[in-house]
Design a protein around this ligand. Structure first.
Ligand code: HEC
Length: 157
């Protein structure tokens, strides 16, 4: 009996959160004016990954964390704190099992390849930063950031 109540409550929570989600999506579509870009940008040619709804917010949250990490790295560089640059690159952007899983879960090999390359470049940045050579560190960061942009220009949720 207790189990039954537990699952009923769980089911109710799940269904209500889905309803709120779709209501919000609807509202956004109505409320936001279409953005008009000039020239080549007006056509969105990115490949859609078909990220499941329940993963969308998670993926975007991770992306915002990536940007925060890049911010932290630039701040640390400005403060000459190469140790922090290295740690942040390895810990927050480097290749972990979690990142590996995230990159492979959309069944798109090109996406996975760029994703893994990005995390590998982040680890290389972490290694290069240990030399405390500013120019080499910036070059490694450039190589990493190119992967962010490469993926963004090709894929959307
Ligand atoms: C392997 C692919 C890939 C890589 C690498 C990648 N991203 Fe993303 N990122 C995405 C996708 C897909 C989206 C969702 C875009 C969409 O649907 O419009 C996204 C969205 C974002 C967003 C928007 C989040 C929001 O709240 O809407 C930010 C910020 C972002 N990425 C930052 C970064 C940064 C910084 C890096 C590198 C340090 C990076 N990303 C690397 C695929 C990637």
């Amino acid at each position: 009996m207790k189990m039954f109540i537990f699952f009923s409550v769980l089911g109710f929570i799940l269904i209500s959160s889905l309803a709120v989600d779709s209501a919000m999506e609807h509202k956004q579509k109505e409320g936001q004016p279409m953005m008009h870009h000039k020239g080549a940008d007006s056509k969105d040619t990115r490949v859609q990954l078909n990220v499941p709804d329940m993963m969308k917010e998670h993926q975007k949250t991770m992306m915002r964390e990536h940007l925060k990490a890049v911010n932290e790295i630039v701040g640390a560089l400005a403060a000459n704190d190469f140790e922090l640059v290295s740690q942040t690159a390895h810990k927050k952007l480097g290749l972990t099992d979690e990142m590996r899983n995230m990159c492979s879960m959309f069944g798109n090999q090109e996406f996975e390849k760029i994703g893994l390359e990005f995390h590998t470049k982040a680890d290389e940045l972490g290694d290069v930063a240990k030399t405390k050579d500013l120019n080499k560190t910036l070059l490694a960061m450039d190589a990493m950031l190119k992967r962010c942009n490469q993926c963004h220009s090709m894929f959307k949720q």
